[in-house]
Write a protein that binds this ligand. Structure first.
Ligand code: TEU
Length: 553
């Protein structure tokens, strides 16, 4: 039996503050906006909210470039607003998880300003430097500067500094104990306010091999293997756990979990006292090809991870976040006749797997990719930098733009769709990024009234999970794993068994269940179609993108 924990039983709702609700008409979502929607959050039945970074930032990477870890981004509001938000969530029994961006700061952080002022500055070693007299540094790939080097030359001190992400996100030097202690103090500052959890952004990259050895040709295609799980990572996590985490009743999630199952276990194994749950990228990396993906790959990945974590460790379960496209556009089918069904099917999958659901805001409405035609509509530094480099190389710009419609991070960052009024009720001003034109029908007001909407389905699905410990802790067993169309699995806890049947295709057909599953007296718990399910013996008649959940005994 697994040890129970609140964070295993919780449904986490990822809220992207910049795009959720604007209260002051500047076109940017803010904390007061979230406060005005607390009752909406409560109505969903979720247990915790994970907020993307809300700290002071020049927003080169939408808050993932922090210039002051102890203050609120001015577009988002003030510390008073934060305290009110936390209190409002807690009044409604919703927990709050903050995003800790500790691999890098902004280049506008005071530490970096000091560090780059002179080679002898007290903050110099808060970052990684390479003096020019040593020649060119060993090349390092930069995530957001595809063809450029992660070492950027800085003339003031005639040195290069390291930035795995954008030039405005210099990597912090974790090998420096002073820096680490400063970070731990900052974490305590937020935890003492009573927040309930931490998402550790890109934490797998913090420890670097500072001999800066040369990596083999093509290493950037397997980047986590080279950048992730550096030599002292576990030492730092143990230290952080001892100094900070263990002093509070909180949950911690490792964003990025190395490149193997063993790496992930090493981060979250209970006995090691480091972090609680692994948010790995293997599922998210399936389905990045606009040509589609194989359901069998998805099933195998879910199954492999579940098996590996069946006894020990714990996983986050998700199909979308602010770094990937909308789940319905990626794993479902966002054409009008299938969008609603496939979106509900994916919700069913997330809510019936073992692991803690991390559900991305807007997916409960069935929001889909916006698919911009024009580069000027994009706001994401990853898309814009890649576009520039393709243009400079006279690459295939059209092919790039087509692909962005499918994969750009901006697809999940468009404003939340509250109602059918202008700008979907997100702002009275000009939104920082365009609103998806489908907001006239895909919005909270329209869906809240409709018993058959995605939103209504989501609430029922959350309620089912919350009332079914078997969906949290029960064993997972997959059937017919080679079927290209159907994902069929059970969750079992003692006498209790739940059967989930998901048709990942536009076809309608009769599906023969494995003979070990007996549904003669099964009760339908969820059905994403408004019909009575037809089954004869052990054959289930499935409609396109149909999702069914049965209580088997
Ligand atoms: O993303 C980290 C992240 O996803 C990378 O570590 C990943 O390995 C890489 O993008 C390859 O796909 C987080 C945030 O979620 C993202 O929004 C930020 O831009 C990034 O960190 C930098 O802080």
């Amino acid at each position: 039996d697994r040890k129970a924990a609140w964070w295993k039983e919780a449904v986490v709702y990822q809220l992207y503050p910049r795009s959720f609700k604007d209260s002051d008409g500047d076109g940017i979502g803010d904390l007061k906006g979230i406060i005005s929607k607390l009752d909406y959050l409560k109505s969903l039945g979720i247990d915790a909210v994970w907020l993307n970074p809300i700290f002071s930032s020049p927003n080169d990477d939408n808050g993932y470039d922090i210039s002051d870890y102890r203050n609120i981004m001015k577009e988002f509001g003030t510390m008073k607003d934060f305290d009110a938000l936390l209190a409002g969530l807690h009044q409604r029994k919703i927990k709050l998880i903050l995003d800790m961006v500790l691999n890098h700061s902004s280049d506008e952080h005071e530490w970096f300003k000091q560090a780059k002022s002179s080679r002898s500055n007290a903050y110099r070693n808060y970052y990684h430097w390479w003096p020019e007299e040593k020649g060119k540094p060993t090349p390092r790939y930069s995530f957001f500067d595809v063809n450029s080097d992660a070492w950027k030359y800085d003339a003031t001190t005639k040195s290069y500094y390291l930035h795995y992400f954008s030039q405005k996100q210099p990597d912090l030097n974790w090998e420096n104990e002073k820096l680490r202690n400063e970070v731990y103090d900052m974490m305590k500052f937020w935890l003492d306010k009573g927040i309930d959890g931490l998402r550790m952004d890109a934490f797998q990259y913090v420890s670097k091999d500072t001999t800066w050895k040369k990596y083999p040709e093509g290493y950037e295609k397997d980047i986590i293997k080279y950048y992730g799980m550096g030599p002292n990572l576990h030492q730092y996590l143990k230290e952080m756990n001892k100094t900070v985490i263990s002093k509070y009743n909180i949950m911690t999630v490792a964003e990025g979990a190395g490149s193997t199952l063993e790496d992930a276990h090493a981060l979250v194994d209970e006995d090691r006292h480091e972090l609680n749950m692994a948010y790995h990228f293997e599922i998210m990396d399936i389905g990045n090809d606009p040509a589609g993906y194989q359901l069998t790959d998805l099933k195998k990945a879910f199954t492999k991870w579940d098996q590996s974590f069946a006894e020990k460790g714990w996983l986050a379960i998700f199909l979308a976040n602010h770094d990937v496209p909308r789940m319905v556009s990626k794993y479902g089918d966002d054409r009008p006749q299938f969008r609603t069904y496939s979106s509900k099917l994916l919700t069913t999958l997330i809510m019936t797997m073992r692991g803690t659901p991390f559900y991305f805001n807007g997916d409960e409405l069935g929001m889909s990719n916006i698919k911009f035609n024009n580069i000027d509509d994009y706001r994401d530094i990853a898309t814009i930098n890649a576009y520039r480099s393709i243009k400079a190389k006279v690459g295939d710009v059209q092919a790039f733009m087509d692909k962005q419609k499918f994969i750009s991070r901006d697809n999940t960052r468009t404003p939340f769709q509250w109602d059918a009024s202008s700008n979907a009720g997100f702002t009275t001003g000009k939104p920082w990024i365009k609103v998806n034109p489908n907001y006239k029908t895909v919005n909270v007001v329209a869906e809240a009234q409709n018993p058959l909407s995605e939103l209504t389905y989501f609430k029922k699905m959350v309620a089912l999970r919350k009332s079914s410990p078997v969906l949290v802790y029960g064993d997972y067993q997959v059937f017919d794993i080679d079927s290209p169309d159907v994902y069929c699995y059970t969750r079992t806890d003692g006498q209790e068994k739940i059967l989930i049947v998901l048709n990942f295709s536009v076809k309608a057909f009769s599906y023969p269940l494995d003979k070990n599953i007996n549904i003669s007296s099964a009760k339908v718990l969820m059905n994403n179609y408004n019909d009575s399910t037809n089954f004869r013996g052990n054959e289930i008649y499935l409609k396109p993108w149909q999702a069914l959940v049965f209580k088997v005994n």
